[in-house]
Design a protein around this ligand. Structure first.
Ligand SMILES: C[S@@+](CC[C@H](N)C(=O)[O-])C[C@H]1O[C@@H](n2cnc3c(N)ncnc32)[C@H](O)[C@@H]1O
Length: 271
């Protein structure tokens, strides 16, 4: 199976389990991803149309530039990668921009993603990106992956949204397939919980299950990823749950052994 890669590194990115996910996705649907992240699923899935959403404004700004002006974003990013820069200087500029939604911010976002620690995306309570510099010897400029991603954004029917998952799932109706890959609900308090200043907790995951149930009542199909533990099995008890082994990308204690995850599927005929 030929697996396409995103131009972004992303903790919890689904590139490594894409072969286990894709068989669950119906073809020719409206594909909705409320937690699109690095888009590792979008870039590998085939659908009639796509709604890609995430609460991360910097991420959606980057996708918008990739869709609307690849050349400008590519050149600005390449220049940043090719110039001698101080990581913390770029991070500080990124956190205190004169203007929002600029190509410069989108390029800096890609720069920080590739030069920061483990591709993490984490913000403090003030909304500042606070990932430290990574320890890479060689930094890869993901030019080919940017072009590939841009082509799919441009030549498919794609809508980009920056919003909370409740709003995105509200758009789903009969024939939609919603794939949700939210921040995972782990039992361990030292596990990675980045992405947004406010985090994602038990009640958010419960709310997600309720929103998906309502969408399936309207005729949509819902598919979720999460870690496999008693809490997630309880919250997603209405779903048909498939247990899989997934390679880890980020673990606070350095544990890189495969983790048990679930893929949950809920279709209208199951209600
Ligand atoms: C595990 S990542 C998704 C990774 C993606 N599936 C991939 O393979 O690249 C989870 C995403 O959820 C987003 N997120 C967190 N809270 C959210 C919320 N309340 N609504 C929408 N997106 C949210 C984060 O910004 C992050 O990009």
């Amino acid at each position: 199976m030929n697996i396409e890669k995103s131009f972004l590194k992303w903790p919890g990115g689904k590139g490594r389990i894409i072969d286990k996910l894709l068989p669950h996705f119906p073809k020719d649907c409206q594909f909705i991803e409320p937690f699109v992240g690095a888009g590792n699923v979008f870039i590998n899935v085939s659908a009639k149309s796509y709604i890609l959403a995430d609460i991360n404004h910097d991420l959606i700004n980057t996708y918008s530039w990739l869709k609307d002006d690849l050349a400008m974003l590519y050149n600005t990013t390449k220049e940043l990668f090719d110039t001698e820069n101080d990581f913390y200087d770029i991070r500080s500029q990124f956190n205190h921009p004169k203007f929002r939604e600029t190509v410069k911010l989108a390029a800096q976002f890609i720069y920080l993603n590739r030069h920061g620690f483990n591709g993490m995306c984490r913000y403090n309570k003030k909304g500042e990106f606070n990932v430290p510099k990574g320890k890479h010897k060689n930094i890869y400029f993901p030019g080919a992956e940017m072009i590939n991603f841009s082509n799919k954004l441009l030549y498919s029917d794609v809508s980009l949204l920056c919003c909370d998952f409740t709003q995105t799932i509200g758009l789903a109706g009969a024939g939609s397939v919603i794939y949700c890959d939210p921040p995972y609900l782990t039992k361990h308090k030292d596990s990675f919980v980045g992405y947004t200043p406010s985090g994602f907790c038990y009640s958010d995951t419960e709310l997600l299950a309720d929103c998906l149930y309502d969408a399936v009542l309207r005729g949509a199909t819902a598919i979720i990823s999460n870690c496999d533990n008693s809490a997630t099995r309880d919250i997603f008890h209405r779903f048909k749950l498939h247990s899989i082994d997934a390679p880890r990308s980020v673990a606070a204690n350095g544990n890189r052994k495969p983790a048990k995850e679930i893929i949950g599927v809920l279709t209208p005929d199951m209600l």
